[in-house]
Design a protein around this ligand. Structure first.
Ligand code: MV4
Length: 463
């Protein structure tokens, strides 16, 4: 008899919508799942959907979803062969990946060494450069002390941005607009980096005022085969929290895409990368610059699933447990246009009513059910509304329609703001950058606040 390929049982080291997402694919693949949960998450959907569930600690993440010892113990005790880290929490922690492997378990992700290399933004930048990817003009290496900083900014001019080498995702960055404020910002950035990442190393780049955030979705089998599943535009964000993502990007032209893909494919092939990964770029007009690589699946992966037809979680599992992918290597064919609105809780509470949109080209990935609790302890995202259409205009009309069908009662959400953005002429024009929210859609926030206020007053005055 043939040796059984793949794994039989997987532990999901996460909660919420992404844990539910992973369980769904596992069920289709015949893989049994172990969920983990904190004491406030006992009644969560991921716990109900999994085959087994283990409590790993109290509400604070540091004692539960970041408690690697308890998580690995739960995996071993329930007979799991692999651990999927999901997003956030331990998903990009090389120490966790190493610990998992040392216990004889498979980590669903690249090797600890790859996570380590790409987690160092200075090293990642230099690696990308070697593969012909353009990087933002900058110091090129760590900057130590004000003399080195002055020397680094001389050829750049102002504004510049100081970034933490161990950072990413916007944490510990400081924009410097004049030479007079360089010294204080350098000290602040370094101190912040040390406090947040236990590493005070910083580097400096020329600051782009309103770039687009564009990222390529990659899958790789760990043996040199690499698939590129198009790009996503994630420019619509607020305080580094993404709000709307779409694929393709309205800002990527034909030859820019090819250049991005060529460099990215070579980088991932050379690293013998394994699993799902994302390579982020800043785009300004016809120019693009490498930013960083994320070594995990991302929240916004469903827009890529819509335009490629791939199941990215399934591909991750195949890559990491069998060394193969189902999608062919090279550039995937892209069909139509997809868009995702993140539905965030503005307050915790219990869901008293839930109506989920349907119809053609609509998907709602969420951990909500009527009666469930949204605890205050974790990320505010409760779900994602994803639509797929033939064109960008078609996707926008579909999103507007789907948002109008979505009803969530018992908590306040950002649904009204999302509707406002989807209907905004600037959003519809497609010509926005990462400052979109701060400059324009702050309006939506104010409008929503006023509306909620009026509703509240009305309720109070009701007989
Ligand atoms: C930048 C930048 C402008 N110029 N680097 C933010 C997250 C991190 N991945 C990199 N980030 C930025 N780096 C240079 N040289 C602007 C940002 C940035 C940003 C990037 C993507 C999405 C949203 C953003 C919001 C503010 C700033």
């Amino acid at each position: 008899m043939n040796k059984q390929k793949g794994i039989r049982r997987l532990l999901i080291a996460n909660r919420g919508e992404i844990a539910v997402r992973i369980i769904r694919t596992c069920r289709e693949m015949g893989i049994e799942t172990t969920a983990v949960y904190s004491t406030v998450d006992r009644d969560c959907l991921h716990v109900k959907l999994a085959d087994r569930a283990v409590c790993i600690g109290p509400a604070p993440s540091a004692q539960s979803y970041l408690n690697s010892n308890n998580i690995i113990m739960a995996a071993l005790r329930t007979g799991c062969e692999a651990i999927h880290p999901g997003v956030g929490f331990l998903s990009e922690n090389p120490g966790f990946a190493r610990q998992v492997t040392e216990q004889g378990l498979i980590f669903i992700g690249p090797s600890a060494e790859t996570i380590e290399l790409l987690g160092d933004k200075v090293a990642a930048r230099n690696t990308a450069k070697r593969f012909g990817l353009p990087v933002t003009p900058g110091s090129g290496g760590p900057v130590e002390g004000i003399a080195a900083a002055r020397k680094a900014v001389a050829p750049l001019g102002f504004p510049v941005i100081i970034k933490a080498a161990a950072g990413g995702g916007g944490k510990g960055m400081r924009i410097v607009r004049s030479p007079e404020t360089l010294e204080e910002n350098l000290a602040l950035a370094s101190r912040e980096a040390l406090a947040n990442f236990a590493n005070g190393t910083v580097f400096i780049e020329r600051y782009l005022e309103n770039p687009r955030h564009v990222e390529l979705q990659i899958l790789a089998d760990g043996r040199g085969s690499v698939a590129i599943l198009g790009e996503r535009d994630c420019s619509i964000q607020k305080n580094h929290q993404k709000l709307i993502e779409e694929s393709p990007s309205p800002g990527v032209r034909g030859d820019m895409r090819e250049k991005m893909i060529r460099g990215a494919a070579e980088l991932f092939r050379e690293l013998k990368y394994r699993g799902a990964g994302t390579i982020e770029f800043l785009v300004e007009g016809d120019a693009f610059y490498f930013m960083e690589v994320n070594t995990r699946i991302q929240v916004e992966h469903p827009v890529t699933e819509a335009v490629t037809g791939a199941d990215i979680v399934r591909e991750q599992l195949l890559c990491c447990t069998e060394g193969r992918m189902e999608i062919g290597p090279g550039t995937a064919e892209i069909r139509g246009w997809a868009m995702e609105c993140r539905i965030n809780a503005l307050s915790p509470g219990r869901i008293t009513r839930l109506e989920i949109p349907g119809g053609p080209g609509v998907r709602f990935d969420s951990f909500l059910y009527t009666g469930c609790k949204v605890p205050p302890n974790y990320d505010s995202m409760t779900g994602k509304l994803i639509v797929h259409g033939g064109t960008r205009e078609g996707a926008i009309a579909r999103m507007d329609r789907a948002l109008s069908e979505l009803t969530i009662e018992g908590i306040r959400t950002n649904q009204a703001q999302q509707r406002w953005i989807i209907r905004d002429p600037l959003f519809r024009s497609g010509s926005f950058g990462t400052s979109y929210y701060g400059e324009i859609a702050g309006e939506a926030e104010r409008a929503e606040a006023e509306r909620a206020e009026a509703e509240h007053a009305e309720a109070e005055h009701a007989p």
